[in-house]
Design a protein around this ligand. Structure first.
Ligand SMILES: *Cc1c(COP(=O)(O)O)cnc(C)c1O
Length: 392
């Protein structure tokens, strides 16, 4: 008999009654150090006082009014994002997938309104993940995601990860945009090679192609900059954001330059919930925290500390791990065993991690994790690795 919850997930036998900072706690009191943060969502950890206050304060005023009216909380968050980034304008969504939908529409509409309606193709990369809508699975092209779901939305060209020459030769007079994650998440914490974003930006400028970045997982402070592309010193035309921006409240956004967004006039796009007062009040509290003086410096310092300890872990368990990769607090352990075995052994030892493609276990702790919890996390992972490696 089919379960009452549609069984599209293989769920771990864990369920949490509450969270405190970097810890999740089961009803019987068993504690787990959370290095998954709900897949890079709980940027400020669980039950952060500032987010609880922002949510409850807004909850007692007004939750939802729809985008038929002006929403001061939405305006405030949009202004903050415009101030803090390359963007001139923001549209709020409820998820990363919906941000992908709009990014694709916006890129195509830009060319349509620029007198080049034939420019509809979007170049994407092997291992990418942009969500689960019809457009997002077509963007990925992965057989696992598209098989059985009928005609695949046209206009996506899939390229290897990552070869700038392949990008160059794939650009034609039909190309609308290049869509890329600066640091792949689901794909296995795979960073773009050094210089790749700069080269992509230059290529896009030469050819009139839009650069669309998916920072749904790597954005909002995760890599130690507010957005990961800042490390490369270039800016996109359009950017997808979600996950961390809501700190656990479902919130996403598309950020764009005025030029890239020029086709998106009244009536061209919409969302009933997107940018509602409740979500935007929480999002503003998250953003205030992450852009607060010294916060990102701490993410970088803690990322360095975790990485250093993980290098030690890899050295002590060469039969389990191959290497550490990633940036800031978006780190991956490349495994020599099945990542699912490492994740399961982590559960048994009270630490939560998330598997990814390319034989990687992801570590995406709350950006607020303490030094003490980092030390504890690596001790627990050490026990887990010893069990997986057969010497525990
Ligand atoms: C999670 C993710 C998405 C999809 O976001 P949802 O909120 O699950 O729809 C898109 N792109 C990237 C890079 C992601 O990590």
């Amino acid at each position: 008999m089919i379960p009452s919850v549609l069984p599209t997930y293989n769920r771990a036998p864990l369920s949490f009654a509450r969270g405190e900072g970097s810890w999740l706690i089961e009803a019987d009191g068993r504690r787990f150090l959370d290095l998954g943060a709900g897949i890079a969502v709980n940027a400020l950890g669980h039950a952060h006082p500032a987010l609880v206050a922002a949510l409850t304060e807004q909850a007692s005023k007004v939750w939802h009014v729809s985008n038929l009216y002006k929403i001061p909380e939405q305006q405030r968050l949009a202004d903050k994002l415009v101030d803090a980034t390359f963007a001139d304008t923001v549209f709020f969504t409820n998820s990363g997938t919906e941000a992908c939908e709009l990014a694709v529409k916006m890129a195509r509409k830009y060319h349509y309104d620029s007198g080049a309606p034939e420019r509809v193709e979007i170049l994407t990369f092997e291992g990418c993940f942009h969500g689960r809508s019809s457009a997002a699975i077509a963007a990925s092209g992965s057989e696992k995601m598209v098989k059985g779901f009928g005609p695949i939305l046209e206009g996506f060209v899939h390229l290897p990860w990552f070869d700038i020459e392949a990008v160059k030769s794939a650009i034609t007079d039909k190309t609308a945009a290049v869509l890329v994650e600066p640091l792949q998440g689901e794909g296995g914490i795979r960073p773009l090679p050094e210089g790749a974003l700069k080269a992509l930006r230059a290529l896009c400028d030469e050819t009139g192609v839009l650069l669309v970045l998916d920072e749904v997982q790597c954005g909002v402070g995760r890599t130690g900059k507010l957005f990961a592309h800042e490390w490369a010193g270039v800016t996109p035309d359009i950017m997808m954001v979600a996950k961390g921006i809501g700190g656990g409240f479902p919130l996403g956004a598309v950020l764009a330059t005025e030029e890239a967004a020029k086709g998106m006039v009244a009536g061209t796009h919409g969302s009933t919930y997107g940018g509602n007062p409740l979500g935007c009040a929480v999002g503003a509290a998250v953003l205030d925290h992450i852009t607060d003086h010294g916060f990102l410096a701490e993410v970088n310092r803690k990322g360095g500390l975790l990485r250093q300890k993980l290098e030690g872990l890899v050295a002590s368990h060469p039969e389990v791990f191959e290497s550490v990769r990633g940036q800031g607090l978006m780190l991956g352990l490349k495994c020599k065993v099945a990542p699912a075995d490492v994740v399961a052994a982590g559960y048994a030892n009270g630490v939560i991690t998330v598997p990814a493609a390319d034989n990687v276990v992801r570590l995406l702790p709350p950006l607020t994790i303490s030094d003490e919890d980092i030390a504890t996390a690596v001790e627990l992972l050490d026990k887990a690795a010893a069990q997986v490696g057969g010497d525990g």
